[in-house]
Every structure is written in structure tokens, then in C-alpha cells.
Design a protein around this ligand. Structure first.
Ligand code: ADP
Ligand code: GLC
Length: 503
């Protein structure tokens, strides 16, 4: 089968969150299963800078209409295998006016959306459609186009207007980002009038690129079975529950859990951590060495000298270390974390390490806590892939109290790294973590800690429960091993996507 996978971010090219992890690794799983896949991604400045000089070339060129202007668009093709971990060819959509910018793919330096995001991703989707229809002279037409989130939501809608178009799958990674724009953008992009209206891309008078994907794709999927159910209810669907209920009734809504890339997120082979380990080999020593290295790195990063660092390590290496890596946004329950951290610090010996960025208020509050408790809280505000891996390996437990979580990858990474996660029972967190109740511990299924009410009390008592079990070494080790044996590999999920493609 020939699959065109369209996305706005993909590891190792550019990443802001889990969509990049999925877009980089799911295509590899299709290749392993002997299918042909091409990834299509905007040629952001950061992406071009990362490309191996000899691994890519221009393969096509066309004029594409934007908002009252026409762009010259080049397609750059990166050969399969030209970059480590990228076993498929990549098509980069090179339109310098739209993508040749520093920094984040969606946000300007001041944290606000790029002013022209509607035009940027509207035009990107038009180019993907041209590629999918085989109209760019590339002699490769896919059987299926797999689009992801609002940035490529227009692709299924545009393809629905074509004769003999490939079939389309649209995956929702997060309903919280609707890609809403004024009707004027729809006009300016000169999109087919037949797409306007409530049966199309209109959402309460606005133009929604997310709705375009939901309405017009052959299949809608999301990234966990529980989130697939949740989004049919108003609390999770931001007004789109009616559409999702309709797609569900048609039998066209599926929840397929994400996998993890075991070449990248695997403590046995991870090149970014100081000591490799597995469930059965070197786990205890490995985790301790990684904890020590992580804490010294963070002390040095905040300007402490070696003597000071050593003194800190002497006092905190035995104490439980609770890690958190992620976007510091409301979705992730950061407000709850901020409420309970001071109490946990006061009432227990546990320490915290936080790596994240996002909402400025959350960033400041975390920095304040770290400044107030320098021997108890370490914070890195910013994005660091390396620290992300090191926190997974070096922490004793991982905090992920998300208010909602379509899938969540960090809890799966935590399981794989022997770092039992503490999670709220929602979306993919509910599907991947088995609570450490007495029964689940004794029947050998427990892998982490789950709380059912997103409140500070529930979070605090669950953290206290985890800290208590941490002192029961044998039980803790069982919990770690159970988690490390969880089979969240891509192969199974990739097969489920292939079933849909065939259907
Ligand atoms: P989401 O996609 O909602 O952000 P996921 O758990 O699916 O949540 O995936 C988040 C991914 O982004 C993980 O690979 C995580 O390690 C990474 N990540 C998020 N924020 C940071 C950060 N500040 N530094 C390093 N990695 C980060
Ligand atoms: C989104 C979701 C996250 C999911 C990721 C990849 O960013 O917030 O839960 O794991 O996409 O599908």
C-alpha cells in the first residue's frame, strides 16, 4: 500500500510535542511492515538546517495560490535513510515566505500564534492535495492520505472534491486546537464554495480546519480508545461532539493507541542517558547512576559549583525523585501540581525535577518554587530533548496529572524506563497505566498510580500512596518490572491503521 503521511511536525526534524514523535515513528512501522510511505512536512528553517547537505534535492516545483498572492513552491525530497531513524523518503514543502522563520512552527517569539497560520497551513494543505493527486509530476500517487490535526485538516476536505482521489484518514491528536479562522480566510484561499456550510468547514460562522478533517475524511481516528469515547461528549469536544457522535454512528471513528519508538525511547539503547539498563539487567544501578547524573547536571546548569553539587547529592540521592516533562499548559494539570508541590515538599522527603515550557505564569511559578527550595526542586524552563530522556531515566516516579490526555507518550516512556507514572484517569492515560491497588499488585498487573478526580486532594493522596510504596522495595521493583514489560510498540497499532486503510 502507498501511504502519504501529512503532518506539521515530525521527530527528528522539528518537535513541539507528541505529534512529532508519532509522525516520525509510525511511518517507520509501515516500512517495517513492507508498505511504501512518504512523509510530507513544511520545510521550516530549522528543518532545512538539520538536513544532511547531500541527502536531499529539489524534485518538483509549482505555483500555489495563497491569500491574494501566488507562491513558488518547491518540493525537496530527502532520501530514505539519509537521516538516522528516518527509513522513508520525506517531501519538504519549501515556501520561504511561509516557513523560513526561526523558532517554533506555530508560535512567534512572544508566544502568540504566527499571524498568518491560517494561510501557512491552508497553503500547505493545498500542496499536500496536489501531491496526493499526483499533479506535481512526481509519479507517485498514494492509495491513502493520512492527515493529522487541524494543520492538515483541509487535506481530506480538498480531496473530497476530486475525482479518483486517494482515501483519507484524519487523526485527532488534540481536540483543544480547532484551527479556527474567519470566513474571509476561506474566501482569500479561494477554496471550493461547496465546502462552505455546516456540512462542510463552517463552524458557527467561522472556518474550522479541524472540522474540515472531521467531516470530510473517510475515517476519523484518535490516539486512544478512551479519548475516542470521551470526545463524543461536550466536556472534551469543544462544541464538535455532534459531529463526532455522527462519525461514530457511521462506524467511522476509531481509537488507536500510539506506540513508542523503541530505537529512541528505550533504556537499553538510549544514547542520551549516561547508563543503559533493562528490566532484568542493571536496572537498579542504572537508574541510580542516571539519577545522580541528572541531578548534578541540573545543579551545574543553575550555576552551582562542584562542591555545592556534591553536598546536594549527598543529601538527596536516597530521597524519591518525582519527574515531570511536558508542555506547561492547563491540559497537563500544572495548576494541580503547583498546588500540591509545596505540601509534598513540607510533609515528605520527596524532591521534584521539572522540564517544560509553555504558559508564562506556570513557568514563573515553577521557577519561584525552585528558587525557594533549591535542595528540593530542580527546574529547567525550556525545551530539551536530552533532558526529557534523562528525566525519564533518572527519576523514581513520573507525574502526569493531565486534565485530559488524548494519548500521552510520556507515561509510556516512564513505564519503559522503570519510572512508575502517577496519572489522572483520562484518555490514553486510562488505557495505558494500571493502578497499584492491592489486588493489581498481587495479581502482577499494576504499573503505576491512577487517580480518578482531577483535584488537588486526589493528586496529593495518590502521590503520598506512591511515596509510601516506594519504601517497600520489593513491591516497587515489581511495579517497575511490570511497567517495563508493557508492549506499547508501534507494530500492533500500525497494523490497526493498515486495517482501516484497507477498509
Ligand atoms: P503532548 O503531545 O500533549 O505534548 P505527549 O506526552 O504525547 O504530550 O508528548 C510530549 C512529547 O514532547 C514527549 O516526547 C516529551 O518528552 C516532549 N516534551 C514536551 N515538552 C518538552 C520539553 N520542555 N523538553 C523536552 N521534551 C519535551
Ligand atoms: C497530542 C496529545 C497527546 C498525544 C500526542 C500524540 O499532542 O496532547 O496526548 O500523545 O498528541 O498523539
Amino acid at each position: 500500500m502507498k501511504i502519504l503521511f501529512a503532518t506539521s511536525e515530525a521527530h527528528p526534524f522539528i518537535k513541539t510535542g507528541g505529534l512529532a514523535d508519532v509522525s516520525g515513528s509510525l511511518p517507520n512501522a509501515f516500512v517495517d511492515l513492507k508498505h511504501k510511505v512518504r512523509l510530507v512536512l513544511p520545510a521550516y528553517k530549522t528543518v532545512i538546517e538539520k538536513l544532511p547537505k547531500k541527502g536531499y534535492r529539489k524534485v518538483a516545483e509549482a505555483e500555489i495560490g495563497g491569500c491574494g498572492r501566488t507562491f513558488n513552491c518547491k518540493i525537496l525530497q530527502l532520501k530514505a535513510g539519509a537521516m538516522k531513524g528516518v527509513d522513508y523518503p520525506v517531501w519538504l514543502v519549501d515556501i520561504p515566505e511561509l516557513f523560513d522563520r526561526d523558532g517554533n512552527p506555530y508560535l512567534a517569539d512572544d508566544g502568540s500564534d504566527w499571524w498568518d497560520n491560517g494561510e501557512r497551513f491552508g497553503v500547505f494543505s493545498k500542496v499536500v492535495t496536489e501531491l496526493a493527486m499526483g499533479r506535481m509530476g512526481l509519479k507517485w500517487q498514494p492509495d491513502v492520505v493520512h492527515a493529522n490535526d487541524w494543520q492538515t485538516g483541509l487535506v481530506p476536505a480538498l480531496l473530497s472534491q476530486e475525482e479518483q482521489a486517494p482515501k483519507t484518514v484524519f487523526t485527532i491528536h488534540n481536540m483543544a486546537y480547532p484551527g479556527n479562522f474567519p470566513h474571509s480566510l476561506f474566501k482569500l484561499l479561494e477554496l471550493p464554495e461547496s465546502l462552505w456550510g455546516i456540512e462542510g468547514v463552517e463552524f458557527y460562522g467561522h472556518f474550522s480546519m479541524l472540522k474540515a478533517g472531521l467531516m470530510k475524511s473517510d475515517w476519523v481516528t484518535t490516539v486512544s480508545p478512551t479519548y475516542a469515547k470521551e470526545i463524543c461528549f461536550p466536556e472534551f469536544a469543544y462544541g464538535m461532539e455532534g459531529i463526532l457522535q455522527m462519525r461514530q454512528k457511521e462506524g467511522r471513528l476509531a481509537g488507536i493507541i500510539n506506540g513508542i519508538d523503541d530505537q529512541v525511547w528505550n533504556p537499553e539503547v538510549d544514547e542520551l542517558i549516561v547508563k543503559n539498563y533493562s528490566a532484568n539487567k542493571g536496572r537498579i544501578a542504572g537508574k541510580l547512576a542516571n539519577k545522580e547524573a541528572l541531578l548534578s547536571e541540573l545543579c551545574l546548569l543553575r550555576g552551582e559549583d562542584e562542591k555545592r553539587t556534591k553536598a546536594r547529592l549527598d543529601t538527596c540521592l536516597d530521597a524519591p525523585l518525582i519527574g515531570l516533562v511536558g508542555r506547561l499548559v492547563e491540559q497537563k494539570g500544572i495548576d494541580l501540581v503547583l498546588e500540591v508541590m509545596p505540601e509534598i515538599i513540607q510533609q515528605t522527603t520527596a524532591n521534584f525535577v521539572v522540564v517544560g515550557s509553555g504558559n508564562k505564569y506556570f513557568e514563573q511559578q515553577i521557577k519561584k518554587l525552585a528558587a525557594k527550595h533549591p535542595s528540593r526542586v530542580w527546574a529547567f524552563i525550556g525545551y530539551s530533548e536530552i533532558l526529557g530522556h534523562r528525566v525519564e531515566a533518572g527519576s523514581d516516579m513520573f507525574l502526569m496529572p493531565s486534565r485530559f490526555e488524548p494519548c500521552g507518550l510520556n507515561q509510556m516512556y516512564s513505564l519503559a524506563y522503570g519510572t512508575p507514572p502517577i496519572v489522572h484517569h483520562t484518555g490514553g492515560l486510562a488505557d495505558t497505566v494500571v493502578n497499584a491497588t492491592d489486588e493489581n499488585i498481587s495479581n502482577g498487573t499494576a504499573t503505576g498510580f491512577v487517580f480518578y478526580d482531577p483535584s488537588r486532594h486526589a493528586l496529593k493522596s495518590t502521590i503520598l500512596h506512591a511515596l509510601h510504596l516506594f519504601t517497600k522495595k520489593r513491591t516497587w521493583q515489581k511495579l517497575q518490572k511490570n511497567g517495563m514489560h508493557q508492549p506499547f510498540k508501534w507494530k500492533q497499532s500500525a497494523k490497526q491503521y493498515l486495517e482501516l486503510y484497507k477498509a
